[in-house]
Design a protein around this ligand. Sequence first.
Ligand code: AMP
Length: 502
Amino acid sequence: MNANLYALFASRFPKDRAACCIETADGALYSWDDVERASARIANLLASLGLPPAARIAVQVEKSAEALILYLATIRAGYVYLPLNTAYRAAEIDYFIDNAAPSVVVCAPENFGWTSQIAFKHGTAHVFTLGEARNGSLLARATPQSDHFETVQSQPDDLAAILYTSGTTGRSKGAMLSHRNLSSNALTLQKFWHWKTGDVLLHALPLFHVHGLFVACHGALLNGSKTIFLARFDAAEVIRHLPRATVFMGVPTFYVRLLADRAFTREACRTIRLFVSGSAPLLVDTFDGFTKRTGHVILERYGMSETTMLTSNPYTGERRGGTVGMPLPEVDARVVDALGQRCTSGEIGAIEVKGPNVFHGYWQMPEKTAEEFTADGFFRTGDVGRFDTDGYLSIVGRSKDLIITGGYNVYPKEIESVLDEMTGVQESAVIGVPHCDFGEAVTAVIVCRADAALSEATIIAELKARIANFKVPKRIYFVADLPRNTMGKVQKNVLREKFRDA
Ligand code: AMP
């Protein structure tokens, strides 16, 4: 059997190949047949270039149906897809191209000058362009190619993609994912989230990340479901398209923004059967507010570039706010203490995972890879969490965010939860900043609600009444917004830098 991920998708395409696979916001329709033939043309182009086996195809382009088709073509042709965040600038692209040594780079037409300069300097032989308006040299070169392509035979462990981690500490690392990693997770999620005939996915996530590219697109492709493709998230656009969709996936920020829009009502969501959240913690406030407004209970899941999806709240059982649910079928997840012993329920520790979805290591970093796996083959996620007695996992933070103050461990999430419950607090981030006495001083950064009158002194007094003294922030700072990356994650490194000398 061919383990190529595209072969799996193609085996699930609907019988009616003229049915719609992708609809874009500007009304363009791509049938399953169109996707098959367009990906064949690009696969033929790639195959004609005489690339080495497992060649990397690095792609930094705006979201479009053609960008998704390029991904499918790469997989089909047996090459390795390497998506890059569209926010990256020259210095970052230089690092990725140097590190991954791609044979082909595809960039936005307006970035061709500087990108090709970097690519050619590092020995990349081919640089193509692909624009949002179906323009650029990639499609021009692919158009004369045959629209038939025999999908390459792949082995389960052959690489399909490399995803660079966001690299908030140290350099970004390339997580190597195989065809088996991706197909096993896609099949698991299709079943676990009850994908059905007639489902329509409304897609507003970026395509360079595990959430938008794998979790969302793979689900629809595997299910033979139509996707309504929005170039970017815009609350009004999402609300406009929701009534024609049944599944929506987002980062927590999407849900916060939808709730901030009065047009987001129960009526607007009447056709939806599943709202999924992930990539960053969903505040309980947002989770509850969403149910109150729409009657829907958001399903929160947890995963990462290195592993794709690991845990999920149940589809039919109770979805618990503030938790990321239970390990998915085939995923083994454990929480361990500093000695590597399993924690009992309620106890906080490091989250380690194993399963067919767990990646093959970091590209060109064997030592780093070895460090991140235990002797019995579990991957150290770097996340800290706890299982409750019913088996629901809560993420408490990243191990690198742990604050050690005067020898005590402080988990930021615990204090953030208390702060977020206070009247007048919209959201908070707790960080450690260097302190001559304590090593690190617990510091809170708070966004207040519009009408709130909060002071540093009142917040500290309230915290003192509720949590141990060593956990109480030494200082509280008020800001208008927390810095977030495109996936909605709070950039604590930015906050640590900003308040380090405070
Ligand atoms: P990335 O590789 O960019 O997807 O980032 C993965 C990281 O995002 C994980 O290691 C977690 O720290 C975080 N993450 C993903 N999903 C959740 C979630 N539902 N709740 C809290 N953190 C999450």
